[in-house]
Design a protein around this ligand. Structure first.
Ligand code: ATP
Ligand code: MG
Length: 474
């Protein structure tokens, strides 16, 4: 009987897919099955339902990797699942019940047209029909493999692989379950998922599936922003995937024009850079030069030059960071990225053209920090480094950059925001008799400017003096 140890993420094992003869119906023991999925399956079985591990987790186990999330399929209807697991949450659309342990387990009732979900104990034949029916509705053969435990709590069980997923995993084939045109026509997100799996598993897309992906590409326009966002972020967050390769697929299949036209219009925009290629090539290289551990920063790299599509004049892209920031905001609104994430990226796009000069005064350095925000400095410098790497440019001011960072560090304690001033609006009201309103705000701005010029001015007496003078002048 095959034995499957669970190596840690840092130790990707050879997996079992190279073992000859492992196929539909093979017994398979999973050593070290985590308690969360094991107990979930056991509880369902003890309550008289059938339950199996399915999808991505079985695929990852066979590859010798520790799955990130665990999916189970069961004959139990969602309300029965939900009442078996107190504290679980039930998402109505797909009838998926999520157990919020560690790791997370998602339990889905068999999706089977023949419709067995009324909670009766199914007979063996009906059950197997239901599990097969469930697998038939999954996207790719490598995601349509199940593992059926022998008994509640047991680590031994059987593989159920009616569509040859194990063979495809072994051979490196991405193949839709059943009729590719029908599968991809049902849910266009599968086109994006197929690309991601092809890259992640260094697999070839089966020609018929590829054809169906192309045909379905225009229908991805109807996908919700959230689903496209999640798929895009999964691409950017996968260290095994080169962004440039992913978007080469998106372009070839006709996805880029449909989903990210702003990025597609960088194709053919000329660049005067040591490295060859157009503005799209440059953007992809920039994203790849940023870490997959920070997918949003990678997104900023991908979008940083969006404004170049419309701003080229006399060999310069005047104001492309302003135009680009607007385009990036629109794109991220469409993909429902959320205010916090979107603001972070827009800010980086907007500010990426800064130019430091060693002749800057310390006050100029302080104003730079204030404009960028202390929290965004590392991001901005990482983006600049990636931008240069992706241009093949040796930073002309490499020495200057080290100097710049040292000068920024030296301003660690400098007051940069109104909240850090030695006096506030209440002081202006009490000491100067000012009333709240825009006038008071302008005085505070004036004080802030003075303190940016000279941090030694950040004393109560000096600021009150200056405030009096300012108020008198006005
Ligand atoms: P990942 O490792 O990125 O999580 P995954 O294949 O596990 O990949 P999930 O989104 O976790 O992806 O989905 C779990 C399983 O659910 C898949 O393996 C597949 O069987 C099924 N599935 C998910 N999305 C779809 C879809 N859009 N169409 C059909 N089946 C899907
Ligand atoms: Mg998964």
């Amino acid at each position: 009987m095959a034995q499957l140890p669970l190596p840690g993420r840092s130790l990707p094992g050879p997996g079992l897919i190279d073992e000859p003869g492992l196929t539909d119906g093979s017994p398979l023991t999973i050593g070290g099955l985590p308690a969360a999925p094991r107990d979930a399956l056991a509880a369902l079985m003890r309550a008289g339902f059938e339950a199996a591990l399915v999808g991505g987790c079985v695929r990852d186990l066979l590859r010798g990797e520790r799955p990130g999330d665990w999916d189970a399929a069961t004959s139990a209807p969602p309300d029965a699942v939900s009442s078996l697991f107190p504290g679980s949450s039930w998402e109505n659309r797909f009838g998926t019940v999520t157990l919020h342990g560690n790791p997370i387990v998602e339990i889905t009732t068999f999706r089977d047209e023949s419709g067995y979900a009324d909670g009766r104990r199914p007979d063996e034949v009906l059950f197997h029909r239901s599990l097969h029916g469930d697998l038939a509705r999954r996207d790719f053969t490598i995601n349509a493999i199940a593992w059926l435990p022998d008994a509640p709590g047991s680590g031994s069980g059987l593989l159920v692989d009616p569509y040859g997923g194990i063979d495809d995993l072994r051979a490196g084939h991405i193949r839709a379950v059943g009729d590719p045109a029908a599968r991809l026509g049902e849910d266009a997100l599968r086109v994006l998922r197929g690309v991601r799996f092809a890259l992640r598993f260094e697999s070839a897309i089966d020609p018929e599936t590829e054809h169906a992906m192309r045909e379905a590409a225009p229908t991805t326009a109807r996908l919700s922003g959230e689903r496209v966002r999640d798929e895009l972020m999964r691409l950017l967050a996968d260290p095994a995937i080169r962004v440039a390769d992913a978007f080469a697929h998106w372009e070839r299949l006709g996805l880029l024009d449909v989903l990210l036209p702003e990025l597609a219009s960088l194709r053919g925009v000329p660049q005067e850079k040591p490295l060859p290629g157009d503005a799209l090539d440059h953007s992809l290289r920039t994203a790849d030069a940023l870490p997959a551990t920070d997918p949003l920063l990678r997104l900023a790299g991908l979008l940083h030059d969006l404004g170049k599509a419309t701003t080229l004049e006399d060999g310069h892209f005047f104001g492309h960071e302003v135009v680009g920031a607007d385009l990036a905001r629109g794109l991220m609104n469409r993909l429902r990225l959320g205010i916090a994430a979107s603001s972070r990226v827009v800010h980086l796009v907007r500010q990426h053209m800064y130019a430091y000069e060693p002749a800057w005064t310390d006050a100029a350095v302080r104003r730079f920090i204030r404009r960028i925000g202390r929290d965004a400095l590392d991001d901005l410098f990482a983006l600049r480094a990636a931008d240069h790497a992706a241009s093949g440019v040796r930073e002309p001011q490499t020495r200057g950059m080290g100097d710049f960072r040292a000068r920024i560090a030296a301003q660690r304690d400098a007051p940069l925001t109104a909240g850090q001033l030695a006096i506030d609006g209440h002081d202006l009201q009490h000491e100067l008799g000012m009333s709240p309103g825009p006038g008071l705000g302008r005085v505070l701005d004036r004080l802030m400017e003075a303190v940016l010029d000279d941090p030694d001015q950040n004393r109560r007496d000096a600021l009150l003096d200056l405030a009096r003078k300012t108020a008198d002048e006005w």
